[in-house]
Design a binder for this molecule. Structure first.
Ligand code: SAM
Ligand code: SF4
Length: 438
């Protein structure tokens, strides 16, 4: 039995959807009377919002729990949230006596009540996936960062053979049109100038016969909202309508994250990806016709079971064909309970390492080339943080690059800059016009 916590800290790991959930948990705890702990201050309640996508990410959750013990031997109330909580449920508490609450990604609207019960000495687990959407129970959004996340779709029915998401996040659900529009409006009133629509398969979003392109067009008329993005998309849900929105919705930024995973049809089939290398390339071609300057980004897995040298070469080839502006690449990590975890011919660690290095070197060539092609361009950036040097600020280009500039503009303002130089992961620019008024 302990006192009801007065202060809290939420730490989120993994994908942007976890960042969104972390923000919503903080808003919920704030609305129930707790205050966010200050920088460096011990919090009475710590929520670890975890990621289960690869083994390393899941193990990190437990080592972070262990580190919450204070020097005097006391501990905060500890809530394990997110996908590790969902996947491990009751077992999580068996693995660490530090954990008081285990709450899954679809049940965190019950967190304030669970905190009260845990303070009274109960150890609680809630990994239900209730039919009633948690979103209905969350408070209205009041404050937003200049670029704000908005989850519109959750879960996944695709069942790629390597992936835990269908098990940890449940079946694909889309939030209703009106709820999304209302949340977007609240975010803009709270200070957002850019909204990033999120979903495990965001382009599968639908409300009746209305799809993501219609939603984007609706959001584009919100006064004060300057930019719209969406992520992550699945190649099979990349409809002509959505591609068309890239041609004629000015506020839709020229950036598309469209993971391919592998360039080999044999591996794509074993992954249950439901696209081929050729169908993926056709989609990219259509997107480039609609928006010639678009930055394409992707995800790759190397070392999937039975991946031969020739399969891996096919992945390198597709990287050359697409010329990715940026990408995430991972070594295959077997996840318990997924079909791929028991597939034959696992790839030795040293082969995976070598393939990952070669892939990343090629991806870096293309991202450097893309960034260099921006030199001399005039473009608008949204300032989102301070740089390390005095007077330096960092903003995001339409193509999602970080741009370093010297300016007096504040976070949340937009500035027109000329790009002067390029590095593999960022650009440097100089201001050509003062900040554009909000
Ligand atoms: N829904 C998105 C899609 O299908 O493209 C991806 C969502 S997943 C959260 C993000 C990325 O993690 C995947 O695109 C994949 O590259 C990577 N990933 C998922 N499971 C993995 C595993 N078992 N091992 C290595 N990487 C994995
Ligand atoms: Fe995982 Fe595949 Fe669903 Fe993406 S589409 S979340 S990789 S199962």
């Amino acid at each position: 039995m302990s006192a009801i916590p007065k202060t809290f800290r939420v730490k989120s790991f993994g994908c942007q959807m976890n960042v969104y959930d972390g923000e919503r948990m903080a808003e919920l705890l704030g609305a129930s009377g707790m205050a966010a702990a200050g920088e460096g201050e011990d919090a009475d309640l710590v929520v670890l919002n975890t990621c289960h996508i690869r083994e390393k990410a899941a193990e990190k959750a437990y080592s972070d729990v262990g580190r919450l013990r204070r020097e005097d031997g006391s501990k905060p109330l500890v809530a394990l949230a997110g996908c590790v909580a969902q996947a491990e449920a009751g077992e999580a508490k068996a693995r660490s006596a530090m954990i008081d609450i285990v709450v899954g990604p679809q049940a965190y609207h019950r967190l304030p009540q669970m905190v009260v019960e845990a303070a009274a000495g109960r150890r609680l687990v809630d990994t239900d996936m209730p039919a009633l959407s948690k979103f209905d129970a969350l408070p209205v959004r009041r404050r937003a960062t200049p670029s704000a996340f908005l989850t519109v779709q959750e879960g996944c029915d695709k069942f790629c053979t390597y992936c835990v998401v269908p098990y940890t996040r449940g079946a694909e659900i889309s939030r209703p049109w009106d709820d999304v529009v209302a949340e977007a409006q609240a975010l803009v009133e709270g200070g957002a100038r850019e909204i990033v629509l999120l979903g495990q398969n965001v382009n599968a979003w639908a409300d009746g016969n209305r799809g993501l392109s219609g939603l984007i067009r609706q959001l584009a008329v919100i006064p004060g909202l300057e930019r719209i993005r969406y992520t992550t998309s699945h190649p099979v849900n990349m409809s002509d309508d959505l591609i068309g929105a890239h041609a004629d919705v000015e506020k839709l930024m020229p950036y598309l994250h469209l993971p391919v995973q592998s360039g080999s049809d044999r591996i794509l089939k074993a992954m249950n990806r439901s696209h081929t290398a050729a169908s993926y390339l056709r989609t990219i071609e259509k997107v480039r016709v609609a928006r010639p300057d678009i930055a394409i980004s992707g995800d790759f897995i190397v070392g999937f079971p039975d991946e031969t040298g020739a399969d891996f070469e096919a992945t390198l080839n597709i990287v050359d064909e697409v010329r990715y502006a940026s990408a995430f690449s991972f070594k295959y990590s077997p996840r318990p309970g997924t079909p791929a975890a028991t597939m034959e011919n696992p790839i030795p660690a040293e082969v995976m390492d070598e393939r990952l290095q070669r892939l990343q070197a090629k991806l870096a060539e293309h991202s450097t080339a893309f960034n260099r092609s921006c030199i001399g361009r005039e473009t608008r950036i949204l300032i989102d943080r301070k740089g390390r040097k005095p007077g330096q600020m960092i903003g995001k280009s339409p193509w999602l690059q970080s741009v370093f500039v010297e300016t007096e503009a504040a976070i949340g303002e937009m500035v027109d800059v000329r790009i002067d130089h390029a590095l593999p992961n960022s650009l440097g620019g100089s201001v050509v016009r003062q900040a554009v008024a909000a």
